[in-house]
Design a protein around this ligand. Structure first.
Ligand code: NOJ
Length: 747
């Protein structure tokens, strides 16, 4: 009987294809579901890692392929390369119902072509460039048979000790929401049925970025109001952009592990937000509910997770071991199981896997897409847009800055520091190394040789390692520095010092690197410092004493070329920090939109009975939204279209921005709003809009922002989102310290 039904299904399936696919995907999903055994349904919810690579604590179980053949695996992660995905899919095609596997991968900032770290890209504030980066990553990964990326990470974080800040868009909810949207659009393309699209995944739902003490996997505890106001909007933005999946998270929120959180997953996400896609657990997070002390054993964890709305179990083996029995014992309603299976099958249909389980991925297509020159150009473009110029102080006369090194000729340039010749580090955490990286990845050294090598002589000395106390290389560095006209020192973290499970209690520039800079600066020659890292680092001596500082993050395949573009002035830097840089770990958590207190400090050293530390200035080292250009931008006065508006009216805020420097330059014009008096304490200011504009020297432009009720609203204790009548301040400028201000009233 069953065999007949299968034949009927297969025939009718092809007939449907031929007759122009008259049936909707939902109907197909339902007919397939009717054919599935309980065990096959559970199989669809089971995701395992390949043995080629692990992105978590791996559990080896011998008969993985046999399970695939039996239809007991729905999805694989970490299978790289068209050849491997193809051969596993061939095994899935031997299963009774021939349901294709879904191949998932952490395609976080590029696949074959590596783009800047997501945090670095966020510094570009350039949504088109960010979308393009995700688009290219999707094309390259899809050609290898990958269907699903575990990106974008949309966790807001205000704690640079947390190693995963490198994977997100920084501290701000508004900027983070814009970027979430751009990344989802980029990964998913026009339609996920296109063979160059990936399913995107908004992670980690929710509040993983608020782990206490910046310690990965730790507890989060916060008011619902704060959760709704600060941490959820980027997820909501991803949802609105049509994201195909969500990943829950390792942390508990106010006592309930996110993986077992019914309110978040069933009520809010699948209910209020009407999300129809897949909710996947994080690696082992179903089973980890036992460690949390929230589930008694793996069976209990499986039950709690599925009841709470987690559809797919990544690597816990809780669903595969216990779900069928839980359904048989009627502890889990089969309807819940069916709903989870439906969500997964629907995506497999939407991807077109039932038409072509290989989605045209093959080694020839893989090779041709991987070698697209345009991808490297795009990587260089976003890399230069991500570089933040932190300092470029004039030496002597006003115009005499070290940067840009325009038209520099016949000079000796010393390139010092442990990162000058680094190759793999440029790829950063969450990236793939390829056998030809040593020729393909452009190190700083190579990029500088490309740009300056023909007309100047470049000298190198490593000076020291990234970590450790060894200063024995300083002498050789000094020799090189003494022969040179200009010293460029490249310091920072290694790539694997930030990322998952890379929390650090000290985020000072590691080892003796700052000492190397001190010794080289003491030689009295011009010094430029480049800092590469996956998080905001602390480098106070450098900040105070070195005239030119450039934050270069990890910029991917084209890193060296992009840095040389900025140093030479071929590209005028335009990036702005997406996170506040502290002066000391003691200031953390630190963020620009803190709540107004009863005892605010008035200036930097004011610490007498006000909210301040006795042993530190009040300001951060560098504020959110800050970044310099080789041009100078001047702001006029903020002009508002009305003094008072009603709840249904909107208001425009105008400001004139002028480029008073001598280079063409881009500026991110930022608008912040403060609700002066409200029924709840409000932040001192919040980013509500920005525009990136390009101005020629001497050019001025009127920039206009529209303010509506939405920008004025906030969450009350009962989670109503409202705008309260009263006074609002509007600040516009080039960073979160924007000083130009105007006020209006909401009736
Ligand atoms: C654990 C990480 O938290 C998550 O972001 C990632 O996607 C999975 N491992 C899979 O590698």
């Amino acid at each position: 009987m069953r065999a007949l039904a299968i034949v009927f299904f297969v025939l009718s399936f092809f007939a449907q294809n031929i007759s122009g696919q008259s049936n909707t995907i939902d109907k197909r999903v339902d007919s397939l579901l009717r054919l599935m055994t309980l065990e096959e349904k559970v199989g669809q919810l089971h995701q395992i890692t390949s043995d080629f690579a692990a992105t978590g604590p791996i559990t080896r179980d011998g008969e993985k392929q046999d399970r695939v053949r039996k239809g007991m695996v729905g999805s694989y992660l970490n299978v790289t390369g068209a050849a491997r995905t193809r051969s596993l899919q061939e095994i899935a095609m031997q299963s009774r119902l021939k349901i294709p596997l879904l191949f998932a991968q952490d395609v976080i900032h590029g696949f074959r072509t590596i783009f800047p770290l997501p945090l670095a890209e966020a510094a570009s504030w350039d949504m088109d460039a960010i979308e393009r980066s995700a688009r290219i990553a999707a094309k390259e990964a899809a050609a290898s048979g990958i269907h699903w990326t575990f990106a974008p990470m949309v966790d807001i974080s205000r704690d640079p000790r947390w190693g995963r800040v490198m994977e997100g868009a920084g501290e701000d909810t508004y900027l983070g929401s814009q970027i979430a949207r751009a990344r989802v659009k980029g990964f998913q393309g026009k339609s996920i049925g296109d063979t160059d699209a990936l399913l995107a995944c908004a992670k980690h739902f929710a509040a993983y970025g608020a782990a206490e003490g910046g310690r990965d996997y730790n507890t989060t505890d916060m008011s619902w109001r704060r959760l709704y106001e600060v941490y959820l909007p980027p997820f909501q933005a991803a949802r609105e952009a049509g994201v195909a999946s969500f990943m829950n998270s390792f942390n508990d929120i106010n006592g309930i592990p996110a993986t077992g959180h019914t309110y978040l997953q069933r009520k809010l996400l699948k209910g209020d937000w009407n999300f129809k896609g897949i909710v996947v657990s994080d690696w082992g997070s179903v089973g980890e509910m036992v460690n949390h002390g929230y589930a008694a054993d793996l069976a209990d964890a499986a039950k709690k997770a599925i009841l709470a709305g987690c559809d797919m179990d990544m690597e816990s083996r809780a669903y595969s071991a216990h779900l069928a029995a839980l359904v048989k014992k009627k502890e889990v309603d089969i309807k819940l199981l069916d709903d989870a299976v439906r969500r997964i099958l629907r995506k497999k249909f939407e991807l077109g896997l039932f038409k072509d389980p290989y989605r045209f991925s093959n080694e020839a297509r893989e090779q041709s897409i991987w070698n697209e020159k345009t991808h490297l150009n795009a990587a260089r473009d976003i890399a230069k847009k991500s570089i933040v110029l932190l300092k470029n102080e004039a030496i002597g006369t006003e115009k005499n800055t070290l940067l840009p090194m325009r038209g520099i000729k016949n000079k000796k340039i010393a390139l010092l520091g442990p990162l000058v010749k680094a190759i793999d580090d440029n790829n950063g955490f969450w990236s793939y190394s390829w056998p030809d990286d040593s020729v393909r990845v452009v190190s700083l050294w190579k990029g500088m040789m490309n740009k300056f090598g023909a007309d100047n002589s470049l000298l190198y000395s490593k000076g020291c390692n990234i970590t450790g106390n060894d200063t024995s290389g300083f002498a050789a560095a000094r020799q090189v520095a003494l022969q040179s006209d200009l010293i460029i020192i490249s310091v920072g973290e290694s790539a694997n010092m930030s990322g998952e499970a890379k929390s650090r209690s000290s985020i000072h520039l590691p080892g003796v690197q700052e000492q190397l800079v001190q010794e080289m600066t003491a030689l009295g020659k011009p010094v430029i410092v480049l800092i590469s890292a996956g998080r905001p680092l602390i480098f106070n001596w450098i900040a105070d004493n070195v005239p030119a500082i450039v934050y270069t993050w990890w910029l991917g395949t084209e890193a060296g070329n992009a840095i040389a573009d900025v140093l030479s002035g071929d590209y005028n830097p335009s990036a702005k920090l997406p996170m506040t840089f502290p002066r000391s770990e003691g200031q953390i958590p630190i963020y620009y939109n803190y709540f107004s207190t009863g005892r605010p400090f008035k200036q930097d050293n004011d610490n007498n009975y006000v909210t301040a530390y006795k042993d530190l200035q009040n300001s951060p080292r560098y504020p959110f939204g800050y970044g310099l250009s080789y041009s100078r931008f001047e702001y006029g006065r903020v002009k508002l279209s009305a003094d008072t508006i009603s709840q249904t009216q909107q208001l425009s805020a105008n400001i004139q921005v002028s480029n008073t420097g001598s280079y063409v330059g881009e500026e991110v014009v930022q608008l912040y709003i403060q609700d002066v008096t409200a029924s709840l304490v409000r932040p001192v200011r919040e980013l509500k809009a920005f525009q990136k504009i390009k101005l020629a020297p001497g050019e001025s432009r009127e920039v206009t922002f529209v303010i509506t009720k939405k920008e004025l609203s906030f969450y009350l204790e009962d989670l109503r989102f409202i705008a309260e009548p009263g006074q609002f301040n509007v600040f516009i400028g080039g960073s979160s310290l924007a000083a130009e201000k105007a006020s209006f009233y909401l009736r």
